[in-house]
Write a protein that binds this ligand. Structure first.
Ligand code: SF4
Length: 199
């Protein structure tokens, strides 16, 4: 079939218009569907923070309603990640909540450890203890270890150190917490102080 230049333009023009109309029809249906549902972030309070998982420090926005966590997503205004989160960062919401398979309702993640746990020497089972018991036990062990191992001098030189305790910080520590922890470690005379951010 011979197609003139004018005929070619008419055919391609008609095909283009058909595809545009099809796209608009699809989008109209999608937009209508979206506007019918309740926006999940309505009436929430936004708080900016950083991802708890690695030393990248990606910025996130945490949305809460009446003190309840509703959503966590990347902060588009953050200088490091501009709103993007890796797969680990994107899953932060699941640390707190998951959706029930059967009801579809949001529930507190049943795998989350919410109370202090201890596994005693020689035991295979973990047992729950109260926060007071946990603090007392940790403080008691630190004091005992420091008392038994503190050195004021070594080889005639003043050292004031305790090499029997070490500290390893995780990325969940923010700047201020890291500063306070560093103060505590130095006050105890500790020399082995590390942080995941150095990896
Ligand atoms: S989103 Fe990923 S890269 Fe960013 S801080 Fe979290 S774990 Fe690290």
């Amino acid at each position: 079939m011979d197609v003139t230049r004018r005929g070619f333009l008419q055919i391609t023009g008609a095909a283009f218009m058909t595809s545009v109309m099809y796209e608009f029809a699809g989008q109209t249906a999608a937009m209508a569907a979206e506007s019918g549902g309740a926006y999940k972030l309505v009436d929430t309070q936004e708080t900016t923070t950083i991802c708890c998982y690695c030393s990248g420090g990606c910025g996130t926005i945490v949305s809460t309603r009446n003190g309840e966590l509703i959503n966590i997503e990347g902060d588009p205004d953050h200088v490091i990640n501009r709103g993007g989160l890796c797969s680990k960062g994107s899953s932060q919401f699941g640390v707190n909540s998951v959706y029930d398979d059967k009801t579809g309702e949001r529930i507190i993640n049943p795998n989350r450890v919410q109370k202090p746990m201890v596994r005693r020497a020689g035991k295979s089972e973990w047992e729950e203890i109260s926060w007071d018991e946990a603090f007392d036990e940790i403080a008691g062990r630190i004091k005992k270890t420091r008392d038994e191992n503190y050195e004021e001098t070594a080889d005639g030189v003043t050292v004031n150190r305790c090499e029997a305790i070490a500290s390893f910080g995780a990325a969940a520590l923010d700047n201020e917490e890291g500063y306070a922890l560093q103060k505590l470690c130095r006050a105890l005379g500790m020399t082995y102080i590390e942080h995941q951010a150095r990896i």
